[in-house]
Each structure stands twice: as structure tokens, then as C-alpha cells.
Design a protein around this ligand. Structure first.
Ligand SMILES: O=C(O)CCC(=O)C(=O)O
Length: 301
């Protein structure tokens, strides 16, 4: 669907201005969209996950621990697939699924979720380098997006999401190093061409959401705060966008319809997409993949 076709369907949550702005810039920040009731419940559940991590054998591989993680001071960089827990899945089907329908069209499938943390005292860099999401999970078209929900107040100090406006309409980048090893971020020579001065930072009080287009170039700085920053990310695709690689993201809710109907036809965008490596044997997280590039607490942003 083109933006015009999507806009021809009545909005569920967003204003016309917000929808148009997303199509033009590739991102959106909606402050305090999520109720305190939801945020409190999500924070309670998240605290349980952190507590459980202290003695977890990580059988399912859902925890990605920072190098300085220990039972006394748990340092989880990411909890993968929180949607496999009932509360997060109900949240993924609530108002943010309406937001996704406002931006993707009435028929929407769920792709995956993750809970990204930045901790105050981690020795590991918790920056996320400049990257695009769609080369992690190519689809037949680019109506794919991710919605981040801040579970706590997130200021510049906590390392909020940053996006380069309009980059979703620009080129796609290979996210490998010079030895063709996947890094999950742009090559240094490609980063050097980015207009990072134009990057928009998206801080927000708890309950705010960020939306970024799957082609949008985005990153986040390391936290310099004494507060933990949990960011719950849910990714959705238009139902007529079909993944054509084996991602590591295939969990039980993968490709479930969250709004509207399944597609009867696939839509193919002619613009090609670089491919990720074969992750059918497993996938850790962007932090683990980008780790090899870091030699200090400051990412090359
Ligand atoms: O957690 C963040 O700050 C950004 C995460 C991100 O961009 C990603 O997981 O793709």
C-alpha cells in the first residue's frame, strides 16, 4: 500500500498530521500514549524478568547478558521475545497495534518483540550504532516498522532512540564488515556519508512511544544516567509484506494477524534489499553483534 492508500483508511489513534509526518520523515514520537496502568503492569513484569535472570540458566536463550552481569547486579542487555509472556503479548495487541494499522494499513501482522535495557554501571558499551532494521529481516515490501515504548522516563542521559529524518526514502546499506562478517551496523565509510547532524533524538516521559520505519537509519547513545532504561520494542508488518529469510525472530506469535485480515496477495516492492546471514541456528542481539566493533564506552555515532 502507498501512503495515500493507507491514509484513505480512517485513523484509529493517530492524527492526520502524525500519519503524514511519519510518511515524510520515517519516524514518530507520541508522548504519553500508554496509560500508567499499562506501564505499571509492564514494569512489574519486567522486574520479575530481571529477578528471574539472577538464577536463570538461559535455557531458551532469551536473555542477552552484558559481560559484567552477575546475580548481585543483573545486567541484561536484551530480553528477546517478551511477547511469549502473556502480558507483553496483550500489550502488543492493544493500542500500539492500532498505531501500526494507522501507518501500515488495516491488515497488520506481528513480527517480533524485544526488551532492550541500558544500565547505569555496565562496563559494556550500551550504545547502538547506526543501522537499518529491514536488512535484519527483509520483506517483499517495506511496510514494516518498529514501535518502542519507554517504560521509564527517558531523557537524553538515558540514551533515547535517534533517527535520521527522511533516511527511510534513501538507500539501504550492507551491515557487514570488510571480511563480510555481519556487524548489524553500517560500515565506517558509509557512516561517514550520513548527515548525523540532522539526526533527531526522541526522548520522552514513560508511556511515550517511538515509531521508526524499517528503512530508517537509527541508533542510540550510551546511557550516562544512574537510571535503567528499559525500551520495549514491538515490530509489525503490513499483512501483504512477506519475510523471505529465516530470521532468528521466529517465535510463537510470528506473523499472527493483530489487525484486519490475512493477505490474499503479496505486494512486492521493486527496490532490492541486502540479505542477513543465515540465522536459522540462532540469533543473539544487536548488542552482541555490534560488540566486536566497540573498544570503549562511546559508540562511533
Ligand atoms: O535500544 C535502543 O536504543 C535501540 C535498539 C534498536 O535500534 C534495535 O534493537 O534495533
Amino acid at each position: 500500500m502507498t501512503p495515500e492508500e493507507i491514509l484513505s483508511h480512517p485513523a484509529k489513534v493517530l492524527t492526520e498530521e502524525q500519519r503524514v509526518s511519519y510518511f515524510e520523515t520515517g519516524y514518530l514520537l507520541v508522548e504519553k500514549l500508554i496509560s500508567d496502568t499499562w506501564i505499571d503492569a509492564l514494569n512489574r513484569q519486567t522486574a520479575e524478568l530481571v529477578e528471574a535472570s539472577k538464577h536463570s540458566e538461559n535455557e531458551k536463550g532469551f536473555y542477552d547478558f552484558a559481560p559484567d552481569h552477575c546475580p548481585e547486579t543483573p545486567r541484561i542487555r536484551r530480553f528477546s521475545a517478551p511477547d511469549t509472556i502473556d502480558l507483553y503479548w496483550r500489550f502488543a495487541n492493544d493500542v500500539i497495534a492500532d498505531v501500526s494499522a494507522d501507518l501500515l494499513g488495516p491488515n497488520v501482522t506481528f513480527h517480533h518483540s524485544k526488551l532492550n535495557f541500558k544500565w547505569p554501571t555496565t562496563k559494556d558499551s550500551n550504545a547502538v550504532g547506526w543501522h537499518q532494521d529491514i536488512p535484519f529481516y527483509p520483506h517483499t515490501n517495506y511496510n514494516v516498522l518498529a514501535i518502542g515504548t519507554y517504560l521509564t522516563d527517558t531523557t537524553e542521559a538515558e540514551g533515547p532512540l535517534m533517527v535520521i529524518p527522511g533516511s527511510h526514502e534513501d538507500r539501504l546499506y550492507e551491515q557487514y564488515d570488510e571480511n563480510d562478517v555481519w556487524t548489524g551496523e553500517l560500515k565506517p565509510q558509509d557512516k561517514a556519508t550520513l548527515n548525523t547532524d540532522s539526526a533527531v533524538s526522541l526522548p520522552g516521559p514513560k508511556g511515550s512511544i517511538t515509531v521508526h520505519h524499517s528503512r530508517a537509519v537509527h541508533a542510540s547513545r550510551p546511557s550516562s544516567s544512574q537510571n535503567v532504561r528499559p525500551l520495549l520494542i514491538n515490530a509489525y508488518a503490513s499483512a501483504d509484506a512477506f519475510p523471505y529469510t529465516d530470521g532468528g525472530a521466529v517465535e510463537r506469535n510470528y506473523r499472527k494477524i493483530v489487525r484486519g485480515q490475512p493477505a490474499k496477495w503479496a505486494h512486492h516492492d521493486p527496490r532490492p534489499c541486502p540479505l542477513p546471514p543465515d540465522w536459522s541456528a540462532g540469533y543473539t542481539s544487536i548488542y552482541a553483534q555490534q560488540e566486536s566493533l566497540r573498544d570503549s564506552d562511546t559508540a562511533d555515532l
